[in-house]
Design a protein around this ligand. Structure first.
Ligand code: AMP
Ligand code: ZN
Length: 462
């Protein structure tokens, strides 16, 4: 038995993972806010979560994976001020908020597919769960954790002694240093559960509630929908590192107030992709690369997945085009090797064991890749290598089994040389045949004689 050990942000420690209700693992991952395309930074987080899910599956668990779609309530400032990102995005696009939500959700799903990310078991949209969110807020209210201001219903974080534990927040320091305009908020960490629609303006997205017409705050959807689909205490909750101090902290507060649980047994966070040392990639900074941008530059999306596999998820990763080039070349090498190995036989036991050890060591993908290259270079029979790599790929997700070398256009003059060589061979003019073969090689091609006749392809270098 090789235990699966994961780094839990809540306890700041490596802990052995055991499902609460084996063999099923309940996993909730915060999904995109669909007011714009996802950038490759966002997608680094979804790749990390996909690796986690695949590692759970590899360990023999089943995974009930829930991902939300935030299509309302995420304001331009995480401090509950500013405009709703959806309404602002809609205005920018000259469409309705509903239309852009639909559009960007579909684009996001396309990106997941391109990166071979497994679909969640359940997708849930915030706007499809307004009643659940209202019920949840009512529960928090009944437990005595809310107050009302002129613009909404707020969570009083001072009432919850454990508030901020996940992010190890220095509550007193925050309180003392609160210079930002808190409006009517009583404490800097308090946050909106329900916001009222502005009096002078009709929002595109608004609903009736016991408190007045308005819309849910950003954090409540995740507490409400995770409770609905996974229960109030489930196995794993994930997101990007930026969620630790605000979004996940507030999700925990809501669920603790209502149910008394810290929502999830394990909290895992993926670290940011940044453009240059220290510059984070964000939708608002305008420094923003999409999967489609990479494709326009001629890269296979899976080269980006490969790029991410070379780093551990708990460290920031710098995006560089040189790095992506390296990953693309490595992927090409791996695909061709895999393809050329012929039919798989039986996987190698020792390699499988080593692979399990590194992936179960808090998803150490750089070590998993190093092991992959060691396997490629090993002198195991090709069929064994292929069967073993096929197993690894259940976690790597590079979709090796479905890759085919692209059909090559062989120039006419090369085809003519091949034909002449065939003729020479048929007439047993061996010297001519050899000379023609050398000419083909010198032109950068190679010819292989197979029972179906000669096969010609471009020679691979490097
Ligand atoms: P959003 O659509 O902004 O709500 O973000 C979706 C997911 O991407 C969240 O889990 C964020 O934590 C994560 N994220 C945002 N920016 C980055 C980045 N530069 N690198 C990695 N993950 C990110
Ligand atoms: Zn969330």
């Amino acid at each position: 038995m090789t235990p699966l050990v994961l780094y839990d942000t809540y306890t700041r420690s490596l802990r052995e993972f055991q499902p609460l209700n084996p063999p099923e693992v309940g996993m909730y991952t915060c999904g995109p806010t669909v007011y714009d395309y996802a950038h490759i930074g966002n997608l680094r987080t979804y790749i990390f979560e996909d690796i986690l899910k695949r590692v759970l599956l590899y360990n023999g668990f089943s995974v009930k994976h829930v991902m939300n779609i935030t299509d309302v309530g995420h304001l331009t400032s995480d401090a509950d001020t500013g405009e709703d990102k959806m309404e602002a995005g809609a205005r920018r696009a000259g469409k309705t908020a509903w239309e852009i939500a639909e559009y960007y959700t579909e684009e996001f799903r396309k990106d997941l597919k391109r990166l071979n990310i497994l679909e969640p078991t359940i997708w849930c949209r915030a706007t499809d769960h307004i009643q659940e969110q209202i019920d949840f807020i009512r529960c928090i209210e009944e437990m005595g954790y809310t107050y009302r201001t002129s613009d909404g219903i707020y969570f009083d974080t001072s009432k919850l002694p454990s508030y901020g534990y996940l992010g190890r927040l220095d509550i007193e320091g925050l309180q003392a240093g609160a210079r930002i305009d808190m409006g009517e908020k009583r404490h800097p960490t308090d946050f909106a559960l329900w916001k009222f629609s502005p009096k002078d303006q009709k929002r595109q997205m608004e609903w009736d509630s016991p408190w007045g017409v308005g819309f849910p705050g950003w954090h409540i959807e995740c507490s409400a929908m995770s409770a609905k689909y996974l229960g109030p205490f489930f196995d794993i909750h994930c997101g990007g590192e930026d969620h630790i101090t605000v979004h996940h902290t507030n999700e925990i507060a809501q669920t603790e107030a209502c149910y008394g649980t810290r929502l999830a047994n394990f909290w895992l966070h993926g670290y940011f992709l940044q453009l240059d040392e220290g510059v984070k990639m964000s939708k608002s900074s305008g420094k923003f690369l999409r999967v489609e941008t990479l494709m326009e530059e001629g890269y296979d999306p899976l080269a980006y997945r490969m790029f991410c596999l070379n780093a551990i998820y708990r460290q920031k990763l710098n995006f560089t085009w040189e790095g992506l080039d390296g990953a693309a070349k490595a992927l090409d090498r791996l695909r061709n090797a895999f393809y050329d190995w012929g039919a798989p036989t039986e996987p190698d036991h020792a390699y499988r064991q080593k692979f399990l050890e590194v992936i179960n060591d808090d998803l150490n993908m750089p070590k998993a890749m190093a092991l992959t290259w060691e396997l490629v270079r090993s002198d195991l029979p090709n069929g064994v290598k292929k069967a073993t790599l096929l197993e690894f790929d259940r976690v790597l997700g590079l979709n090796l089994a479905n890759w085919q070398p692209p059909e090559e256009e062989i120039p006419d003059e090369i085809l003519r040389l091949v034909e002449q060589r065939q003729q020479a061979r048929a007439e047993k003019r061996w010297q001519d045949a050899d000379r023609l073969r050398n000419q083909i090689i010198a032109a950068g091609y190679e010819v292989m004689d197979t029972p179906q006749g000669p096969k010609v392809k471009r020679r691979r270098t490097g």
